[in-house]
Design a protein around this ligand. Structure first.
Ligand SMILES: NC(=O)c1ccc[n+]([C@@H]2O[C@H](COP(=O)([O-])OP(=O)(O)OC[C@H]3O[C@@H](n4cnc5c(N)ncnc54)[C@H](OP(=O)(O)O)[C@@H]3O)[C@@H](O)[C@H]2O)c1
Length: 313
């Protein structure tokens, strides 16, 4: 699968760098070579992704996916490819195209991820969350960090988990790390494991040395938090087109409540806490019709568990 992974990372970078409308992309699962809007001379071992709504009357004789209006990438034709490769491509191809959406919206596109129990808990009441997810979920989180430009967490997750937020389990580039708020602990776990920038978004400037950088954004009148859409707009200006939001509950709930999450990933672990910290907490609703629903979604297997992925906006 590592050759396909390489091709996926190359595709993400090529899409971000391409300055004209994209109709089709070809990736070579063996060499990792990518062609945009150009049919390769030899189409052996290539995978084609169609990026426009109008499907051609006759498809080329290769495995073909299409980018949907919701931002998902789904297979429409399988030729000479095994099911494991199709599953892998279904999991990661959608994130190659986030830059197109970011450029339309003038803000970074955000993907939220939680590993949660069957009763939607992401930590016990003492703050313990290691490990609700399985090994496949851990590798997945590292793949997502590698495919996104940035990874974002709240200050209390830095305090509770001392995360590294790098890509040590997979091949790829470490993302820019983004912390909201001002953790009471230091940034040692983040500083020790990658030289990549750490942006600290807060209400007040703090004195820090590179690779740490303090960014102050005006907070909403009367409210303690910075508006999540303003954070995404600022990240876009800094060249960050996609951001993986890894929690915790308060941070992600703020983003969901502000309609600042575009894709939601929930890794559902086969366990029940019966108490603990809920993943997403929002203001009360009265009717089922008021619930957040998804334009498109899927449930894909992850080892002994599964991942729900929902496309929101
Ligand atoms: N299972 C999982 O997938 C998973 C993932 C991540 C975390 N966790 C668990 O979740 C727990 C932490 O979650 P949590 O809800 O307590 O805290 P959190 O979301 O990690 O951090 C909350 C803090 O982040 C800052 N913040 C968040 N949104 C902000 C905004 N819009 N503007 C400015 N600052 C903002 C504030 O910091 P200040 O107060 O410093 O201003 C806020 O108090 C830990 O136990 C961790 O282990 C589990």
């Amino acid at each position: 699968m590592e050759n396909i992974w390489n091709a996926i990372l190359n595709l993400k970078e090529a899409v971000k760098a391409f300055n004209s409308p994209i109709h089709s992309c070809w990736i070579n699962g063996d060499t990792g070579i990518v062609h945009i809007n150009k049919t390769p001379s030899d189409s052996n071992n290539h995978i084609l992704i169609l990026c426009e709504e109008n499907r051609p009357a006759k498809l080329a004789a290769v495995t073909t996916f299409e980018l949907t209006a919701a931002g998902n990438v789904t297979p429409i034709q399988q030729i000479g490819i095994n099911e494991a490769s199709i599953l892998f491509l279904k999991k990661y191809l959608p994130y190659c195209f986030l830059s197109l959406k970011a450029q339309r919206l003038n803000r970074a596109v955000s993907i939220s991820h939680f590993a949660q129990t069957l009763d939607a808990k992401i930590a016990t009441n003492t703050g313990d969350s290691k490990w609700i997810g399985n090994a496949e979920n851990l590798t997945h989180a590292h793949r997502m960090r590698a495919i996104c430009d940035g990874v974002l967490v709240g200050s209390r997750t830095v305090e509770a988990d001392n995360p590294k937020l790098n890509v040590r389990h997979v091949y790829g580039k470490n993302p820019v790390r983004i912390v909201l708020g001002n953790p009471k602990s230091d940034f040692k776990s983040l500083l020790d494991c990658s030289d990549e920038k750490i942006l600290v978004f807060g209400k007040e400037k703090i004195i820090v040395q590179p690779p740490l950088e303090s960014i102050v954004l005006p907070k909403k009148c009367q409210e303690a938090e910075i508006e999540p859409l303003a954070i995404l707009a600022k990240l876009f200006k800094l060249g960050i087109h996609s951001v993986y939001v890894e929690g915790g509950a308060k941070t992600t709930s703020n983003f969901v409540n502000s309609k600042a999450i575009d894709i939601l990933q929930l890794h559902i672990a086969p366990m029940i806490f019966g108490s603990g910290k809920a993943s997403i907490v929002l203001p009360n609703i009265e009717a089922v019709q008021e619930a957040i629903s998804f334009k498109e979604y899927n449930f894909l297997p992850f080892g002994d568990s599964m991942m729900f992925t929902g496309f929101l906006s």
